[in-house]
Unconditional design. Sequence first.
Length: 494
Amino acid sequence: MFLTITATGTPERPATDLGYLLHKHPDNAQTFSTSYGTAHVLYPEASAERCTAALLLEVDAVALVRRGKGKGRGGAPDAALAQYVNDRPYAASSLLAVALSAVFSSAMKGQCNARPELPARPLPLRVEVPALPARGGADLVRALFEPLGWTVTVEAVALDAEFPEWGDSRYVRLVLESERLTLSEALRHLYVLLPVLDDAKHYWVSSDEVDKLLRAGDGWLPDHPEQQLITSRYLSRRWSLTREAMERLELVRLAEADDSAVEEIDNAVAEETEADSEDAAEPEEKSVSLAVQRRDAILAALHASGAARVLDLGCGQGQLVQALLKDMRFTEIVGVDVSMRALTVASRRLKLDRMGERQAERVKLMQGSLAYTDNRLKGYDAAVLSEVIEHLDLPRLPALEYAVFGSARPKTVLVTTPNVEYNVRWETLQAGHSRHGDHRFEWTREEFRAWAERVAGRHGYGVEFTPVGPDDPEVGPPTQMATFTLTTKEEKAA
């Protein structure tokens, strides 16, 4: 089985840049061993105007059976002969998708050390798959690829050209063309959708497939109109995994909410001007947004804790990371977010590709879900969860609590969240409505205090509370912040 990827170019932007992106030189034919056969990468053509990379996968059908990987279609074949006589060596499937991921892993991740500006650049691309099983036919092929920005050409493959009366097979010849997608996006589309169209996998689907799906589907799967079908088929219709993936995709959608798209009420002016309109002797002070006041309060709390190595959990597009970088007291800053799209925007905001070496050593952006423990997050002085918890469904909040307080266990944890009592002070906010459509809950001061004290007691932290914004005598501040401090053994003994 094979596919080709073709890029067109100009003298200023030669098509042979494809070789840099794929990390495979056009002058060389390369071979890679896999557990089920041999993958070859070669370039049938390579010029400034047009460059084509071909991935040819030779599948050893006997090796598939002997390794127990020939049972993808819902269980063991009924007849022993079917294990050896099938379409696996010839038609694009999960075998080809796995080869794409293995051979072009850096390109799929959008990494190119030699030319770091290339991965983010859209390319005029043409992808051709000569033999693709399509359970659902041409209509489903178009429904999967067209929403992603591809121009799709699908040609049915006849069962036998000598006997047209037999009709068409379930195989198609697929051509995809686009001028506005990056190579990374193209490869991730193929990695997910090739096995989805085949509707079978050559290996047992375990729970780690959910992570693979979310990584490859970042930036496009949460909003795809066929999201449920894609998720179900990719996970071989294992309903428990499909349900988990759908829940996590919803979390991804929430996490990708742009701060600039948040309702104005959540970043509104924090306090009204009290100056008398008739008093023109002194100019009015410039109002400070609640978002800025939150960041200032977080920075002050981090200074007071003496933290040098800080985690920004749910960093979004990097506003807090950017503020931390300006203060040299913070020697290591790690932004973590489930959304690769948000991390890409954060990278551009921080200008990581143009940052000096010394400054770049202080900052790192990582993809990760706060619903799962992550050993990379252990050993830090402080962690910040700024306007994060209210975007989680309450049943999933304990998973975050354990991941942060039970597993990572930074010395200090700062948590900010809206104070729902203050909502009555927003004239533009309708009664009973949350400040943002993605908020799953908004707590009163008493509810937030009860949650924070329960978490602190369970995991060995002390906790103090700080108002952020004007502290209204009747309804409190617009934002409430809890500062958790890990209790030492000596303090516990006392």
